[in-house]
Ligand binder design. Sequence first.
Ligand code: ADP
Ligand code: MG
Length: 274
Amino acid sequence: MHNHGTTADTRVIAIANQKGGVGKTTTAINLATALSELGKRVLLIDLDPQGNASTGLGRELRDRTYSSYDFIFNRTKLAETISETKYENLDIVASTTDLSSADIELYDRERKLYQLKDSISALRRAELHYDFVFIDCPPSLNLLTLNALVASNSIVVPLQSEFFALEGLSQLMQTITMIRKSSNKSLRIEGILVTMFDARNRISRQVEDDARSHLGSLVFETRIPRSVRLSEAPSFSQSIHDYDRYSKGGQAYRKLAWEILRRYETSQETAHVQ
Ligand code: ADP
Ligand code: MG
């Protein structure tokens, strides 16, 4: 684990959509590595029992002693659940299959919605500082995902440019509203990210147009193209920036990192003015 001192603000961002296969994990890996390249200290928490983000970043299952399960339930010292990756500035809390029972175990907890938030807060007390914490959510609106929404400042919602894409969105929006009312007033939508965009495909263009006309500035300017290079990279345990840096997908994820940073810089300037 990289040893970073403590400083002030950590942005906690959940990458969530209850649909599977929409690009959550691909976004988690390539956005996290893009920001780490820019010198930001990043922690990626793999909250999906399938562990694709962990594998994609080269954490082989046999090497994972502790996992996000231990992180959530405080089964060991926080620092022991965190591993370095080959990327400077990027650490990971990997997932293992024991995470699949976490959802059921959470039901019995008094603070069942706050377990992850409590652990993330404890990072600072343990002098583990990150500029960004990304949470790669499972494809469901279960208690793990609710924990992520409660623990986060904002949420990135990948939207696959395919038919029915917008249908699942209203359920997610309702959940966000519910979480805002009950447990996390300041939860923001960081942005809706159009993924797997194919300009030659009419449905793809339609989904993007609909999303932009209904959701306006909630949709990131950057869109992620459909690119086979993005789907190949994890099998080499590489981010797209390593695997095929100048591919369209690589460029898009770096552009997204800048888009997010720019917003924070703008909002900080605004904060100073006030
Ligand atoms: P999720 O985490 O939402 O289930 P993934 O990121 O695992 O989704 O993506 C689902 C599948 O689609 C994976 O095989 C992944 O490699 C592939 N994929 C993701 N984004 C793209 C893209 N922009 N272009 C092509 N394939 C993609
Ligand atoms: Mg995934």
